[in-house]
Design a protein around this ligand. Structure first.
Ligand code: PEP
Length: 246
């Protein structure tokens, strides 16, 4: 079995400030460790500020287009030029609030890779879908949209984040067993198409992870770290979550 390096990613959403970059940047630089990759996803205007701290940084979305008359959109090429290494694609807030479909998320995934960014593909079911036992179907459809467009090998240069929508920003974390079951389902599903992808793909858990529950989630065999929202805005909590992935 492959040794998968854990990742702890902080999604700041539309929060934070220049001062917060300094506070969290310094805290991360004190605790940085070769054994965990830490990536911050700040609002785009703060990208360069994070780069100045020598911390890996990504965008929270990218446009599926190269350039042109797309007011307000975020270019993968320019993000790369500014030092971004990763981008989130298909975060549930983008899917639900901004109407992104599985197809447009697949296009964004492709555009990110074309420009040398590593996409973190976010997938996950709503509470109604979980109650209707549709979790596996929904997650499979979200992942298969990317595979149908780009082929299974495209996942080799990407990361997945399982984020149940009902757990995001709600304080209702999936139990380690619930999260592990979906991660294992995803890994088994991918292994049927490519054992190598199934074995090596890093799959993060996201949804109300905090410094109290992170360890119990991260020790699950198919969970390779976390995508952290609210708790990534507090230096102490975020550092302690990063340390719990060691
Ligand atoms: C997220 O936004 O990806 C997230 C997981 O948020 P939170 O940790 O606040 O639930």
């Amino acid at each position: 079995m492959a040794q998968r390096k854990p990742i702890v990613a902080g999604n700041w959403k539309m929060n934070g400030s220049v001062e917060l970059v300094s506070e969290i940047g310094s805290a991360i630089n004190e605790c940085k460790n070769e054994q965990v990759d830490i990536i911050i996803f700040p609002p785009a205007p703060l990208l360069l500020k994070v780069v100045e701290f020598g911390i890996s940084v990504g965008t929270q979305t990218v446009s599926e287009f190269n350039s042109g008359a797309f007011t307000g959109e975020l270019s993968a090429e320019l993000a790369k030029q500014l030092g971004a290494t990763h981008t989130l694609v298909g975060h549930s807030e983008r899917r639900i609030i901004f109407g992104e479909s599985n197809e447009s998320v697949a296009d964004k995934f492709a555009k990110a890779q074309e420009n040398g960014l590593i996409p973190i593909l976010c997938v996950g079911e709503t509470e109604q879908q979980r109650d209707a036992q549709e979790t596996e179907m929904v997650v499979a459809e979200q992942i298969n949209a990317v595979i149908s467009k780009l082929g299974i090998a495209a996942l080799l240069n990407s990361v997945l984040a399982y984020e149940p929508v009902w757990a995001i920003g709600t304080g209702k974390t999936a139990t380690p067993e619930q999260a592990q079951a979906v991660h294992k389902f995803i890994r088994d599903m991918l292994s049927k198409q490519s054992e190598h992808v199934g074995d090596t793909l890093q799959i993060l858990y996201g949804g109300s992870v905090n410094d109290k529950n992170s360890k119990s989630l991260f020790i699950q065999p198919d969970i390779d770290g976390g995508l952290i929202g609210g708790a990534s805005l507090k230096a102490d909590a975020f550092v302690s979550i990063c340390n719990s992935a060691l």
